[in-house]
Design a binder for this molecule. Structure first.
Ligand code: 5GP
Ligand code: MG
Length: 460
């Protein structure tokens, strides 16, 4: 997962990008970067770490020009390299190109091989670099044709924000896996992964970039094209369940209200005999509101999150993850003791964090623990940009719900049904990618690609 942001036509382009990335931090904590351009040269500042740590006043001031693009990157152990920080920047005889990419191409290996045959030398393990090589290939073409030619062979997921000299380009793959939206601030156009980034800079939300659409923004003009054949939409349903920020609107709907509907649906399908409902914060909090409302039980706060620690899942090493589980959440024993609880969580991936939480709740004196999960069991890996582990590590791919219940030491465990999840979306079922639950992938997944991906290389 990653977050992308771009501004064209504003004197504070880099500062706005910094703020935009700040709002998108949840999409990736590993590295971040901003590239700007002042019609003479490009400026770049990047590093491994959080937006607030990498950029200071001096760095922001050094990023001159009225166009800027930025990126926050989420990565796995294998690709945790500083050379993989985005935006990916090249100064080429045909211009300055900077690319910020969210998603994963599924035909990376064929494309890379073909380019290497042609003489390209790759600098990174990122799939996004393919675009640069394609863009730089035919310098005689105009920039629109170059972009179309560069994106045409790509398969899989991409929401892109690119800077080609003084043109800001936004593009979303024809399936529309990842979100990307367009806003406006003081006459300048802004592109962002999620609307929460527009809110922070007080930009007006204009619309989503549509699946298969490319926009070219020069000065304060925007041109939109849809050069590719239409494909079946495949909006990532997990963006709603976990990944996007609840104050964002993606794919036309608010994330918080969607999570609340998921919780309500969960209560309809699997009510629990309980004294109170409580969420595992923060990710379970929104579904818990809907669950409690529908089940007509009290929604209590039973655990407090220490906000000074980052997302546990994002840390690549197992040692740190276990430590962070303990440091991050503390139960309120006086709320939990002697109670029958409905414990609401958004999802279970490996099962290790949830198990540790259940143990903590149990040791705080809970009488019964009925865990309710606001999505179905995750059984298949994601090849489109969500950092799910291999099938081997996905607990629901290898164990029945009853086995998971036993493993976690629960009194009951229920997952929302696939039908129930789709019902809560208020969009037709055919609009979504549900591959992680259903195993039905909306695109071909080449064997070589899936094998490499599962070894976790070059992933964004
Ligand atoms: P598990 O019990 O599977 O070890 O961890 C489940 C927790 O991980 C849940 O709280 C869920 O919110 C969180 N989670 C699910 N998917 C992701 C993800 O892709 N990234 C991060 N950071 N956390 C996730
Ligand atoms: Mg969570």
């Amino acid at each position: 997962m990653c977050g992308v942001f771009g501004v064209m036509g504003h004197k504070n382009a880099a500062r706005l990008t910094y703020l935009g990335l700040y709002a998108l931090q949840h999409r990736g904590e590993e590295s971040t970067g901003i590239v700007s351009y002042d019609k003479k040269r490009t400026y770049s500042h990047q590093g491994m770490g959080l937006v607030a740590d990498i950029f200071d006043e001096k760095a922001i001031k050094s990023l001159k020009g009225n166009i800027a693009v930025g990126h926050v990157r989420y990565s796995t152990t294998g690709s945790s390299l500083s050379s993989n920080i985005q935006p990916f920047l090249v100064k080429h005889r045909s211009g300055h190109i900077a690319i910020a990419h969210n998603g994963n191409f599924t035909n990376t290996f064929e494309l890379r091989e073909a380019l290497e045959e042609r003489g390209s030398i790759f600098q990174t393990t990122m799939d996004s670099e393919i675009i640069v090589h394609n863009l730089a290939y035919n310098k005689k073409l105009n920039y629109q044709t170059k972009v179309i030619n560069a994106l045409a062979p790509l398969e899989g997921a991409y929401s892109l924000v690119m800077m080609i000299d003084d043109i800001l380009v936004g593009a979303r793959d024809p399936h529309g896996f990842r979100p990307l939206c367009l806003g406006k601030l003081e006459g300048a156009y802004v592109l962002a992964s999620e609307t929460c980034a527009l809110d922070l800079i007080q930009a007006e939300y204009i619309r989503e970039i549509e699946p298969g659409e490319i926009v070219f923004i020069k000065d304060r003009n925007i041109e939109s094209i849809k050069p590719f054949p239409k494909k079946k939409h495949a909006f990532c349903i997990f963006e709603y369940i976990y990944f996007s920020r609840p104050d964002s609107n993606i794919f036309g709907k608010n994330v918080y209200l969607t999570r609340k509907r998921l919780g309500a649906q969960l209560a309809k399908e699997f009510p629990a005999k309980c004294d109170l409902a409580m969420a595992i914060p923060d990710s379970g909090s929104y579904a818990a509101v809907g669950f409690a409302e529908e089940a007509k039980v009290k929604n209590e706060i039973g655990m407090i999150r220490n906000h000074y620690v980052g997302r546990t899942f994002i840390q690549p090493s197992q040692f740190i993850r276990d430590f962070r589980v303990r440091v991050k959440l503390n139960p309120i024993k006086d709320v939990i003791k002697g109670k029958r609880l409905a414990v609401i969580e958004d999802s279970i991936v490996r099962g290790t964090t949830s198990r540790a939480r259940v143990r903590t709740i149990r040791s705080s004196g809970a009488k019964k623990i009925h865990m309710r999960i606001s999505c179905p069991p995750i059984k298949s890996p994601c090849f489109y940009g969500i950092d799910f582990p291999t099938k081997k590590e996905l607990i629901a791919a290898n164990h029945t719900v009853n086995e998971i219940k036993e493993f976690m030491g629960l009194d009951s465990l229920k997952y929302l049904s696939q039908e129930g999840m789709l019902k809560a979306m208020l969009l037709p079922e055919c609009e979504f990618c549900t591959a992680c639950f259903s195993g039905k992938y909306p695109t071909k997944i080449p064997k070589k690609f899936s094998k490499k991906m599962l070894e976790k290389k070059g992933k964004c």
